[in-house]
Design a protein. Structure first.
Length: 133
């Protein structure tokens, strides 16, 4: 078993398939081990951004939308974790540092960006579980 598999197994046990029930168990674990607020950024472009980042859509429209939508390039404080809403992804309540706007999105889209921290590993393991189970 790989190290990441062992860490996920230690959180979820033998029942690690992605479902609403296991997402709630993962949520309980994350609430125990993470301290809030936690500084985060996007792991990759958020779903709404993809056509602008890769599809050649209007750069000026993208710049305007980034004022009212969260962007993977923004820096946020993760302020709260909520039960999953969509695709069994734990919901992250985040506050953008630049303008203090709050948003919610799936936790699997976020990272600390600092690979040498325990929080990075915790969020990376969660995203791995969410994407692969």
């Amino acid at each position: 078993m790989e190290d990441w598999e062992q860490r996920i197994h230690s959180v979820l046990g033998d029942d690690s398939d992605r479902s609403g029930e296991t997402a709630l168990r993962y949520l309980a674990h994350l609430r125990r081990v993470l301290k809030f607020p936690l500084r985060v950024t996007g792991r990759e472009d958020f779903p709404w951004e993809e056509p602008y980042v890769f599809g050649g859509w209007s750069k000026s429209e993208y710049t305007m939308l980034k004022k009212t939508h969260p962007s993977y390039t923004d820096i946020f404080d993760l302020i709260e974790l909520l039960p999953p809403e969509e695709h069994e992804d734990v919901t992250a309540k985040i506050r953008r540092l630049s303008d203090k706007r709050t948003f919610t999105l799936g936790l699997s889209w976020l990272t600390t960006g600092q690979e040498d921290t325990p929080e990075f590993q915790i969020l990376d393991d969660y995203a791995t579980w969410h994407a692969n189970y």
